[in-house]
Design a protein around this ligand. Structure first.
Ligand code: CDP
Length: 777
């Protein structure tokens, strides 16, 4: 068996400091770029004077919006079919927006020369609060778009409005709650950057950048810049964390390319921490109003949601084209409800663009947060235990495949089993007894429960594309004469361990050690087309492609083995990693033996060409639907508002686990992320649009200090549509954990009559809630 907790192959280089990141790329004659950014959130550009910068002895080029306009590159398409300024021409629309690009002999001179550029700005009122974006008289942010008179981007709805409304009218009980999923940032430790090298002789452009989607980048460069696609090579080397923030194309990438074309030299641009936090893609920023209709004995009948989505200055959210609110319409969650309806309105504000799927499958995190908070609000209204209320409403195993009221087909699951396991692991009844004792003594202890269903593995071509590119993934597998294999895939690891787990899939299918399989990825010249790694899609799509291509090779090996054994292929069976004559294991031929024979002068049947390789393109028939039950225990200090996460039990079901150790690592990371979002993180702005979180002193990352020792459990419900029964897992914990923490804190504060409090539950915010801030309770 190749599945199992083998150590990560890639760690050999990472723990020795031998990783190769974009900033490690050094080319002969390389120049360095730096970006001049706007100090204003909203201002008209009156003039840009670059003469002093150009006179700097080490400066090789200064590129402005005007330069790019001449090349028809001042604006680029976003992932949401909007446009985004590469370098501002008319106005700046958020603080930190790119205004000019300097190319110099060294990075210090490039930064120094930024100071020499003189930009005359005429400031305009900024729209920072999304709730003000649609107010009459609000400044119009996108006056570059023809006919645009306001900041409205889109209205979108899903579900059955009439049925939902009818159920609400007749309901015995209804509850409603406003809540904000604040703007947060993926904050990978490696910032964004690029090295662009345009070879004037061959006409070939090579771009190194930490992209999660190298093939999509190449195609977009070809479409936008008019460069021939076969003359573009995108290399995504090792990536120091992506989390959804490295899917799109940033202005700095385009500037580095233009810089290389203009100077004829390779150009490197690496952003610093503040630039990363201020200008690369944010996540969430959803203002949500949720309602639940239920019976008095706790049967949930319908859910209704209205969302105001803050998309920043350019609509750069990442999601399949058909779904402007991503997969938010999975908000009916894990429950057997009759009807659901949501309306989402997107607006422009003077903040950085983004709305990326930060460790999340396109807004599933927001959806899970909404429904799991609402279930707790209902539990409080009905005076029911939140775990019991969930158990009464969870989908039953016999309901799968389940057709949700907003159009999803959940593939498989045993939800009550997962929740029961989590309750048992936590010792739930004992915890409630302990809580009662503590409350009697005036101590604040909280127990938070959450249950989530994700929709991951985008996606079936008939339903999903990004900018017209279908979401199928290719895979190529070649077995060398000695039985060692090379797999080429389109997805790109940012620390998830694909070089190990994808080798394990091949090993499992071919009966060879995973160590004998090399996984090649992250280089468009070396790998087949596919849409990349985000939304936990690698295992569901590229992982499935890997299993299928390995099975194709195995079938080919069967024909060779039959020739070796002078038997008919139909008389062979695959057992213990070998092809043998049915019932005669002694005839078994291993993949290494078959591979050698396939490359030899063994006579093969008519039409069989020899060698041992195959290619495939996998178009997933459905998404996969991992799920889980989480329980968080917190203690809150009533004097300071400080929250201590004491315990966290996480039961995850991601179908068959390829590498349980890696899966657990993914869950640990996601749980820590969840604690960070729930307790510490928000990208805040003042009313003029000044960014208040542009360093890790202000935008806090969770560490081991804030995290308990995670208690993990698992159930395994294979996906019926995935060739090895695996579901994605990379983001489950980030999706399910923030709301478990918030539910725990609200539970702890319930003696104060608190039913809801918005993230982040910092000591100051919790203190305000305890002390009756009407805006937060
Ligand atoms: O797309 P991304 O790699 O971020 O997410 P994923 O497909 O959920 O995979 C994350 C890591 O966990 C990969 O190395 C997977 O192969 C591994 N995994 C696993 O071992 N078993 C599963 N059922 C799911 C993922």
């Amino acid at each position: 068996m190749s599945f199992g907790s083998m150590h990560r192959k890639e760690d050999a280089r990472f723990i020795r400091g031998r990783g190769n990141y974009t900033d490690d790329v050094r080319l002969p004659g390389m120049l360095y770029g730096a970006v001049l950014r706007s100090p204003h959130a909203h201002a008209r550009i009156v003039s840009v004077d670059t003469s002093a910068a150009e006179a700097h002895p080490k400066v090789k080029a200064v590129i402005t919006g005007q330069t790019l306009e001449g090349l028809n590159l001042a604006w680029m398409p976003t992932l949401s079919q909007d446009t985004q300024a590469v370098l501002a021409t008319d106005k700046v629309r958020f603080q930190g927006q790119e205004v000019a690009f300097v190319v110099a002999e060294d990075p210090y001179s490039a930064r120094d020369a930024l100071e020499l550029i003189d930009v005359d700005y005429d400031p305009i009122d900024a729209v920072i609060d999304a709730r003000r974006a649609l107010a009459p008289g609000a400044p119009v942010i996108r006056d570059d778009l023809e006919g645009r008179t306001g900041n409205h981007i889109f209205d979108w709805e899903a579900g059955d409005r009439e049925r939902t409304d009818a159920l609400f009218e007749q309901a015995e009980v209804t509850v409603a709650q406003d809540m904000l999923y604040p703007r947060v940032h993926p904050a990978p430790l490696e910032t964004c950057g690029a090295v662009a090298d345009f070879d004037k002789v061959t006409g070939k452009l090579t771009v190194w950048c930490p992209t999660q989607a190298p093939h999509a980048h190449r195609t977009l460069y070809a479409m936008v810049a008019g460069l021939p696609e076969h003359k573009i090579r995108v290399i995504s080397p090792d990536i120091g964390g992506g989390f959804g923030g490295k899917v799109g194309i940033y202005p700095g990438y385009v500037c580095a390319i233009v810089g290389s074309i203009v100077t004829g030299k390779p150009v490197k641009w690496m952003e610093d921490r503040s630039e990363n936090l201020m200008s690369t893609a944010f996540a969430r920023d959803y203002h949500m109003h949720g309602e639940i209709a239920a019976t008095r004995d706790g049967r949930i009948q319908a859910i209704r949601v209205k969302v105001l989505a803050d998309h920043g200055a350019f609509n750069g959210t990442a999601q399949p084209t058909k779904f402007p609110a991503g997969f938010f319409h999975v908000f009916s969650g894990s429950y057997d409800i009759e009807a659901a309806h949501c309306e989402v309105t997107g607006v422009y504000t003077n903040k950085a663009p983004g709305g990326v799927a930060y460790a999340c499958s396109f807004r599933v995190t927001e959806a899970v947060y909404l429904v799991e908070r609402m279930v707790d609000v209902l539990a409080a209204e009905l005076n029911l235990d939140p775990a019991e209320l969930r158990m009464r409403n969870l989908l039953k195993p016999e309901q799968f495949p389940y057709h949700s009221p907003t159009g999803w087909e959940y593939d498989s699951g045993d939800y009550p089993k997962a929740l029961r396991l989590a309750l048992d692991m936590a010792g739930y009844d004992k915890l409630r007894a302990e809580q009662a004792d503590k409350r009697a003594r005036g101590e604040l202890m909280g127990i938070g429960v959450s249950f989530f269903t994700e929709a991951v593995g985008a996606g079936p071509r008939k339903h999903m594309d990004i900018l017209g590119l279908g979401m199928a993934d290719g895979a190529e597998l070649r077995v060398h004469p000695t039985g060692k294999a090379v797999l080429r895939v389109s997805c790109q690891s940012q620390g998830q361990g694909h070089e190990t787990t994808f080798a394990q899939i091949v090993g499992q299918e071919l009966g060879i050690p995973a160590d004998d399989v090399e996984v090649v990825h992250g280089d468009t010249d070396q790998t087949p087309f596919g849409l990349g790694t985000y939304g936990s899609r690698s295992t569901p799509v590229s992982g499935a492609a890997t299993a299928i291509v390995a099975r194709k090779v195995r079938d080919r090996a069967k024909i060779v083995a039959a020739a070796m054994l002078e038997a008919a292929p139909e008389d062979l069976e695959w057992a213990d990693g070998k092809w043998s004559v049915v019932g005669d294991p002694a005839t078994g031929r291993s993949m290494a033996e078959i591979a050698l024979a396939a490359h030899s002068n063994l006579e093969l049947p008519e039409g069989v060409e020899g060698h041992l390789d195959a290619v495939t393109v996998y178009n997933p028939p459905n998404l996969t639907y991992p799920f889980g039950a989480y329980i968080c225990v917190v203690d809150v200090d009533p004097g300071t508002g400080q929250v201590k996460v004491r315990r966290f039990v996480a039961v995850d079901d991601c179908g068959v686990r390829i590498n349980p150790m890696i899966v657990e690592g993914q869950i640990h990371g996601g749980l820590a992320d969840g604690v960070g979002m729930a307790l510490m993180q928000v990208m805040a702005f003042d009313e003029d649009g000044n960014h208040l979180g542009a360093s890790f002193m202000d935008y806090l990352l969770p560490t081991a200090v804030e995290c308990p020792s995670w208690e993990l459990g698992e159930t395994v419900t294979p996906s019926p549509t995935h060739p090895i029964g695996a579901k994605g897992v990379g983001e489950s914990a980030t999706v399910g954990s923030p709301v478990a923490v918030v539910n725990a804190v609200v539970d702890a504060l319930s003696p104060y009559g608190v039913r809801h409090a918005d993230m982040p539950l910092t000591p100051a915010n919790v203190w305000r809630v305890i002390n009756g801030d009407p805006f937060r309770t």
